[in-house]
Design a protein around this ligand. Sequence first.
Ligand code: SF4
Ligand code: SF4
Ligand code: SF4
Length: 261
Amino acid sequence: MGEKIRIGFYALTSCYGCQLQFAMMDEILKLLDKASIECWFMVERDSDEDREVDIAFIEGSVSTEEEVELVRKIRKKAKIVIAVGSCAVHGGVQSWDGRPLEELWKTVYGDGKVKFQPKKAEPVENYIKVDYRIYGCPPEKRDFIYTIGTLLIGSWPEDIDYPVCLECRLKGNTCILIETGEPCLGPVTRAGCDARCPSYGIACIGCRGAIGYDVAYFDSLARTLKETGLTKEEILERMRIFNAHNPKLEEMVEKIFEEGE
Ligand code: SF4
Ligand code: SF4
Ligand code: SF4
């Protein structure tokens, strides 16, 4: 066997759920034959953020000035950078509340002092080039296996470019958006979870993020949700949970409410 692939797993502002999901996989033990963990504080005591790696997994949103520096450092030391989970890929639920930073800060910390320089949460890609993305909050275990497996054999992971609806209908589920008016975001959300929530009769909240801001028809879905009786604010609030950085979201939803009754 050739040299081992060097891996780093780094956490920004997050709940650590993505790396926990990864760390809990039995398959990770098999990975150790082929990879050396250079930095992953959750699983390896001998971790060092300054080491060079072949593959860097980054979890969490960039939410402090220190994290801006960290992602730049990781990019310099890594051959491949993979954004892991909705926080890293889309800014996460911590981007949901659109109020100014100062107002959010007061709400959470009051006059408390902290050792870091806060900023509004942003996707990693706003600061450095990201080579691949693993979607979800948290991602499915098979997302990790597929991504690392393809890279280990010298190939590369491909994005899923169809919505949750496709998996939902293939499972034979009743559409809860059409049949009972549940505010399901499946039509604009990237598949890969096997329509986990609608399969239990629960509306998708879009945790895997938009299929792509340029191809996800938030306006069309907003029209359907409007017909179920939701207000513009309710629709926007729901769509923003995992799509707060979609630059055209407000415009697309506004347009539907300007159409008149
Ligand atoms: S994407 Fe979800 S599970 Fe992963 S760190 Fe962010 S909040 Fe946690
Ligand atoms: S229930 Fe949701 S995910 Fe399933 S088909 Fe309907 S809109 Fe799509
Ligand atoms: S159905 Fe929607 S909210 Fe549920 S896991 Fe899939 S993408 Fe996430």
